[in-house]
Every structure is written in structure tokens, then in C-alpha cells.
Design a protein around this ligand. Structure first.
Ligand code: ZN
Length: 422
């Protein structure tokens, strides 16, 4: 879930306001709307799924054209096209994120290389596929009746289906892989745009550039008088705060030397018998391997070695990149959770114990509300599993399942890297 983006992001065209203005006007374009990070959804066969609206549907939210490359005066294009401070600038209205194009073929044959890009309207007219956009409407400060009035005019509602804002984490309950990947990109991007309103370099207001993929400091606009003000550092060089970030998290399973036991932890925040992989943010000055070893030690008092990568998962709450690992550890050594007290319990489970949960009809839950409710019934009902693990929509569930099914093999060589003190 959330991985495997189906979109050609056309990142090399993000700085072209003529391209973005042309593609946003396409009747094929589809929009994912958010309100305070929660997506707009519709219902089909009783299940909530993402609602995709047309540009016409969302026009009251996106305001007056031009939407990108806005000039000093409202309704006019910028005449300062060639400077980086105004590339596809949107300093009026809420940020709009161009997510990419879902092409009809996977060959990328309609890829629109920047070298051949001359006339935006002609190029966009030739494009095959569906362009996707996203926006969070909370900044518009519209009253609920005004929002509802706009939604009532959408094709979806007119066709008789209702639209509702759904808790973001509930999306993964019903989303397919296509929707999951678009949602992950969209949610992380609208969140980044919403949260970074002021320039970390000088404190002035920021605005959107590059179809929502860059933030610019207002002091760099060509018509701003900066007399008496120190130049903003973001005006020179490349700055990581002007581009979207991903926060890397290591998530890992320790496997003992027999290969028959794994270490799982129970987080303080989760009620009931719910066990999962250990995890934590990578800290500055650490490699993946260092972070895996440190987290294992801090959370469970376990020393780990032979760290190896398995796979990754974007986790858009708000912008994490989960990096999944296996590592070796000694299951005969004591486990302790009193160092950082993040876990209420950590223990080694045998393959048989884990398999009995994986094959149980209700062995995997991620809905925390349901989990708490279901866990209160644990040990009271003979049909309940002895404990629960995450489903495979989360990478922890994938790591657990792949190990349980015997798909994990450690290499016979060790990577020669600095060892640190763990
Ligand atoms: Zn600044």
C-alpha cells in the first residue's frame, strides 16, 4: 500500500506555467481534495473510496486564472518568466499540487521530453491519459455551507452519490494499490504546502512554485521592496527547506540465529495484545544500519548485527518513508524495555506462534479503534487469536509474513562497515 506510483510526474515540466495552465484546464484532469489532511471520499458498494473531481467541479476552490505564473496584478500572468523566483509561481490562492499524468501505456511513449516542449496547448492536446491534481481547501477559510454548496454542484453528487471527508488513516482500509499510491503522494504534498507558510531562512511569507513542488520566499519576488532587510539566504544556492522532504524511518525485525524466532514489540500507545516490528526515525549522523542497531538497543535492549534491507513504503502521515530491514540478534539474551520505555513489552515469538495468528481470520487489524475494541475481548472469547499483528497493507505486516513463510535468507557474507558501539 502507498508504494508503486502509477503516475508519470513530469517533474521536468513543473517550472513551466504555460504547461501547468494548459493541463489544469484539460477536461480529463482529476482532483483529489483534502480538508485539514482528510481526503474527500465517495461510497461504492458501502465502502468509502477516494473521490476524483473535475477541474470544473473544483473551480470555486482554485479561484481565478491564471493558476500558475501569476503576475503582480490579479488575473495577469507574470512578465518575469525567466527568473527562478517566479517559475510557475502561485502567490494567490491555496497551493495546487500537480501530481502527474496517468498514461494509457506503461512505455512512457507520451512522456513529453522537455527538449521537445515548445507550445504548451499543442503538447497537452496530444497527451494521452489522465492528469491528477491535489489541493487542501482548509486554508480557504470557507464556512461549511459554502463548501457544501460547491460540492453539491459536482458531477458526482449530481449523479446521486454523496461526498464525505474521511479520516486519512481510514483510507487504507478500502483503497486499491492505484488509489493508495496517488493518495500517498497527494497527502504528503498538500501537508508540506500547508505546514510551511513562512520562510525558514528569514521568516517572511512563502508561496507555491513549480506546481506545488517548491516554496518561494516572498522577499524574492521582483516587485518587493527589501530596503532595510537582510537578503534572504534562500535566494542563493540550493536549500532543502524549499523542496519537499521525506522523513526516513527504519522498521525492522530481529531474527535469531536459528531463523525460527522473531522479536516483536507492543507499543505503549496501542491497547490490547498487538505486536509489531520495532521502528524509529533515522537521526542525523546515522546510516540505516546504525539506526536499526540503535533502535533495537533503545527499545528492547537487544544488540543486532547483519542488518539487511528488505523493501520500503511511503507513509503519508505526514511524510515518512518506511525502510524495512531484517537483522540478526541473540534470542537467548535478556530483553528489556526500560531504557526508553517506548514499548510496554517485547518478546521473541516462534514461527508457529506467528503463523497461528497470520492464519487466524481476525489475526491482523490496523484500525486502531477496532483494535482497542476487539482487544478488550481477548482471552474472553475462545475464537480470538492469542495476539494480533499488522496487516500487509503496512510494511511491518509484510516483514512478518515474509519471514513466517520462509522467504528471508541472510547472506553468508557480512558487509564491512564501521561498527559503532552497538
Ligand atoms: Zn526568506
Amino acid at each position: 500500500m502507498f508504494a508503486g506510483s502509477p503516475l508519470n510526474r513530469l517533474s521536468w515540466l513543473r517550472n513551466s506555467h504555460s504547461f501547468l495552465n494548459s493541463i489544469i484546464a484539460s477536461p480529463k484532469s482529476r482532483w483529489l481534495l483534502f480538508k485539514s489532511g482528510n481526503p474527500l471520499t465517495t461510497k461504492t458498494e458501502g465502502k468509502s473510496i477516494l473521490a476524483y473531481l473535475s477541474t470544473k467541479d473544483v473551480s470555486p476552490f482554485i479561484g481565478q486564472a491564471p493558476h500558475f505564473g501569476q503576475g503582480r496584478e490579479s488575473g495577469l500572468l507574470t512578465s518575469e518568466e525567466q527568473i527562478s523566483a517566479t517559475e510557475a509561481v502561485r502567490h494567490r490562492g491555496s497551493p495546487i499540487v500537480f501530481l502527474g499524468l496517468h498514461e494509457n501505456t506503461s512505455s512512457g511513449s507520451g512522456a513529453l521530453p522537455s527538449s521537445e516542449f515548445v507550445d504548451a496547448d499543442k503538447a497537452v492536446a496530444k497527451l494521452e491519459g489522465v492528469p491528477y491534481f491535489a489541493m487542501d481547501i482548509s486554508d480557504l477559510e470557507l464556512e461549511e455551507p459554502a463548501i457544501q454548496a460547491t460540492l453539491n454542484e459536482t458531477e458526482v453528487v449530481k449523479a446521486g452519490t454523496s461526498l464525505t471527508w474521511l479520516d486519512a488513516r481510514s483510507v487504507m482500509t478500502n483503497a486499491n494499490l492505484f488509489d493508495g499510491a496517488i493518495f500517498a503522494e497527494a497527502r504528503s504534498m498538500v501537508d508540506w504546502n500547508t505546514r510551511n507558510r513562512f520562510c525558514p531562512g528569514c521568516g517572511a511569507k512563502q508561496h507555491s512554485l513549480w506546481g506545488g513542488w517548491k516554496l518561494g520566499c516572498s522577499t524574492l519576488m521582483p516587485w518587493v521592496d527589501n530596503a532595510g532587510r537582510k537578503p534572504c539566504p534562500s535566494g542563493k544556492g540550493l536549500h532543502n527547506f524549499t523542496h519537499p522532504r521525506s522523513d526516513p524511518v527504519v522498521i525492522m525485525l530481529a531474527v535469531d540465529e536459528t531463523g525460527e524466532k522473531i522479536l516483536l514489540g507492543q507499543n505503549n500507545r496501542f491497547k490490547g495484545q498487538f505486536y509489531s516490528a520495532l521502528a524509529g526515525f533515522i537521526e542525523p549522523g546515522e546510516t540505516f544500519e546504525d539506526a536499526v542497531k540503535r533502535e533495537m538497543w533503545e527499545e528492547a535492549g537487544v544488540k543486532a548485527w547483519d542488518v539487511q534491507y528488505h523493501s520500503g513504503q511511503p507513509w503519508p502521515f505526514p511524510a515518512s518513508l518506511m525502510c524495512g530491514f531484517y537483522a540478526r540478534a541473540d534470542s537467548t539474551q535478556p530483553v528489556r524495555t526500560d531504557l526508553d520505555n517506548e514499548l510496554s513489552d517485547a518478546r521473541w515469538f516462534t514461527r508457529q506462534e506467528v503463523m497461528s495468528v497470520l492464519t487466524h481470520a481476525t489475526g491482523s487489524y490496523l484500525d486502531l479503534a477496532k483494535l482497542a475494541e476487539a482487544s478488550s475481548q481477548l482471552n474472553k472469547d475462545a475464537n480470538e487469536p492469542p495476539f494480533r499483528v499488522p496487516p500487509t497493507t503496512a510494511i511491518a505486516g509484510v516483514l512478518i509474513k515474509d519471514w513466517a513463510e520462509g522467504k528471508v535468507q541472510f547472506p553468508t557474507f557480512s558487509v564491512n562497515s564501521p561498527k559503532g558501539n552497538l
